[in-house]
Design a protein around this ligand. Structure first.
Ligand code: ARG
Length: 306
């Protein structure tokens, strides 16, 4: 397995917005200027790639496939932990065609020694990868979103495969159709989240596990900017262009935010996190978060990770 912070990206050569399976997707706007939009997507992808590299990630960049535009969102392709990958089962036919090419991509990663094991879920148990199942390196468990895309049963399947606790949170709105749209654990232990995206039961569960000091509430405007859909490594955060309020709030907590213009991908309902998949997530990662204040926390290296 790979231990350095490493991200899988899928080239946007075949990216477009030609159907709509979430309320952000706007095929008509894409169709008004497909060439301009495509050029914009290539530019945005290059900018994201450079920002991730600058933040300290190694990159594995693979090709997408014609007719499968949403392959550019590999967060949905699998859940990965400790060198083991559990491949996704997509809810909508428009994305189910991605399962075969992603299975080939992951088989190749295993052959190259970047992964040790690749498994598949039972048919019919929808689970849309790390977009709906987010590893919390500080608390040592998964948070799983269910409802619009992934099924409740998937949380148990993920728990059984990885042998780790999975805390399931029901998503209440079509707008936050994946957990990663409205929920982002950060290296310092805070969680950036949008409360109205969750059912009351999910919020109770979340608040029971999260002291108020670690809650960073996103606004509706932050959500629209895809600011919660962020990639974090130590004190670095890569996200789409955000709001002054959130930029400021994260800065005050010691995070350095690198903003990228991801408009062509937001037109498909995706931001920075969706376009990435961490291949190195590990239960044994017990390194300092790199956040200011680590040392002050009792002289111990903070129990936090990438
Ligand atoms: N158009 C894609 C879909 O609706 C966007 C996926 C974004 N991925 C994510 N993890 N939120 O499936």
């Amino acid at each position: 397995m790979i231990t350095e912070p490493t991200i899988l990206l899928v080239e946007p050569t075949h990216y477009d917005v030609s159907y709509s399976i979430n309320p952000w997707m706007d095929p008509l706007r894409w169709a008004a200027d497909p060439h301009g939009m495509h050029r914009g997507a290539l530019r945005a992808f290059a900018e994201l790639r450079d920002a991730l590299q600058a933040a300290g990630f190694g990159l594995e960049i693979v090709a997408g496939e014609p007719g499968l535009p949403d392959m550019v969102f590999p967060a949905n392709a699998a859940v990965v932990l400790d060198g083991r990958a559990l491949l996704a089962r997509f809810r909508y036919p428009q994305r189910q065609g991605e399962e075969a090419p992603f299975a080939r991509i992951f088989a190749e990663l295993r052959e190259r020694g970047l992964l040790d094991d690749v498994a598949t879920l039972a048919n019919g148990c929808y689970q849309e990868g790390a977009g709906d199942c987010i590893w919390d390196a500080v608390r040592g468990h998964f948070w799983a979103g269910f409802g619009p895309r992934s099924a409740r049963c998937a949380a148990d399947a993920v728990g059984a495969y990885f042998g780790r606790e999975v805390v399931a949170l029901e998503l209440a709105t079509a707008q936050s159709y994946h957990l990663d749209v409205c929920f982002c654990p950060l290296a310092g232990g805070e969680i950036l989240y949008y409360p109205p995206a969750f059912t009351e039961a999910a919020l109770r569960e979340l608040h029971a596990r999260l002291p108020a000091s670690q809650r960073i509430e996103a606004s509706a405007d932050d959500l629209r900017h895809f600011s919660v859909n962020a990639v974090n490594l130590h004190d670095r955060i890569v996200m789409a262009r955000t709001t002054p309020r959130l930029r400021d709030a994260l800065g005050k907590r010691g995070y350095r935010v690198h903003e990228v213009d991801l408009a062509p991908f937001m037109l498909s309902g995706g931001g920075a996190y969706c376009m990435t998949l961490r291949l190195d997530r590990s239960t044994s990662m017990r390194q300092g978060s790199g956040m200011a204040g680590d040392e002050a926390a009792g002289g111990q290296p903070a129990v936090a990770a990438a």
